[in-house]
Write a protein that binds this ligand. Structure first.
Ligand code: DHB
Length: 375
């Protein structure tokens, strides 16, 4: 949607296809922490959001650890810039509103998608909506269709590599109508990870690490809160305002990077191109960075006939993707308990945390990675 709006503002025709409905898209709950550079890009690029009305600027986040002192991931101190807590759902609402104002062509409820001609100059896209069959001829196809979408499969296996790590646990997340903690708080406990995050002055998001063989129905609110409050140190537990969940969902954790992100006239962006575990909240930031690069590249192509940026898109985007994949993997490994892991791994985890506690250099490096600065 961001790419569509950016291109359309330059007079480049765009058609957006969505498998779900608008209601499905707007009810999808995702992380809500944006890097300073991404917030600035949105402000500068003409994307009209309510970030400055509804977002909560944050100095950074906090790590709390059973029987050890806290570490503050102090982005403000080390970079001078602020993170922004702004739920992805609010951003999606902003984007639909702007696309509607611009008259962007959006097709919902798309089925029977068929894409051909990606190695030629005029790819064809055919699909059905509930009331008609449509065929489009276009210049480029941008696959922004997520980790289980159609577009990745359009690239022959011999023409791509998929690097992947599947984690042996998930996150159970709930939404609660209650004031959140002041800081996004990552919790490590010998029984597993937990996280307190924010959505608004009276809307909180909480997560606990869960085994993969248990569904949402095995996690009534009482069990969720018992688990969360056991993992949280006493001062954090005392500060949390609990309440009934108004939404509850399980997220499996996966890291994936596809290389390269281009095949002929097809470009991949966002989760279609790469997945990160939610630890660190990098997914939305990476997706926006991808389309930032793609918009510049496509505008250079259409306005100046210059394909240099398109040729470099995969390399340029993957530099940030690998940096964020590294951060989210390191944070996941540091904060979670891996079922069945040797005690060696847990001792290294404690060692890693102690080094972070002792070293301002390490805290600064973590804050820069967390803020998406450096790479
Ligand atoms: C959320 C926030 C985080 O900082 C994170 O690492 C994961 C999720 C959230 O707001 O849901």
């Amino acid at each position: 949607m961001i790419l569509a709006i950016l291109l359309q503002m330059r007079g480049i025709d765009v058609v957006v296809l969505e498998r779900g409905t608008r209601v499905d898209v707007l009810s999808r709950i995702r992380a809500g922490i944006m890097e300073p550079g991404i917030v600035q890009f949105l402000r500068d690029s003409g994307i009209e959001t309510r970030i400055d009305q509804l977002g909560r600027p944050r100095n950074g986040s906090r790590i709390v650890w059973q029987d050890r002192p806290d570490v503050v991931i102090d982005v403000k101190r080390w970079t001078g810039a602020e993170m922004m807590a702004y739920g992805q759902t609010y951003l999606t609402e902003d984007l639909y509103a702007q696309a509607d104002r611009l008259g962007t062509q959006l097709f919902d409820d798309v089925t029977e998608l068929a894409v051909t001609g990606l190695q030629g100059n005029r790819p064809q896209v055919a699909f059905k909506t509930p009331d008609r069959a449509v065929e489009i001829t276009c210049d480029y196809v941008i696959g922004c269709d997520g980790g289980r979408g159609h577009c990745l499969g359009l690239i022959p296996e011999a023409a791509r590599q998929v690097h992947e790590r599947i984690y042996p646990f998930g996150w159970l997340g709930i939404m609660v109508e209650a004031p959140p903690l002041d800081d996004v708080t990552y919790i490590h406990h010998s029984e597993g990870f937990a996280l307190a995050a924010q959505r608004g002055p009276n809307l909180s998001r909480y997560y606990v690490q869960t085994p993969l063989d248990q569904g949402v129905e095995q996690w009534p609110d009482v069990r969720f809160w018992q688990t969360f409050l056991t993992r949280a140190p006493k001062d954090v537990a005392d500060a949390v305002v609990t309440g009934p969940s108004i939404e509850k969902a399980l997220t499996p954790l996966r890291s994936r990077v596809v290389e390269p992100l281009r095949w002929g006239r097809l470009f991949l962006a966002g989760d279609a191109a790469h997945l990160v575990p939610p630890t660190g909240a990098k997914g939305l930031n990476l997706a926006i960075n991808d389309v930032r690069l793609l918009s510049q590249a496509l505008i250079a192509h259409f306005e100046e006939g210059d394909d240099g940026l398109l040729e470099r898109y995969s390399t340029d985007a993957l530099a940030r993707v690998w940096a964020a994949s590294d951060l989210s993997w390191r944070l996941t490994r540091l904060l979670h308990v891996f079922p069945g892991e040797p005690s060696f791994d847990d001792r290294l985890r404690q060692f890693d945390y102690d080094r972070l506690l002792e070293s301002e250099d390490r805290q600064r490096a973590l804050a820069l990675d967390y803020a998406g600065i450096n790479g």
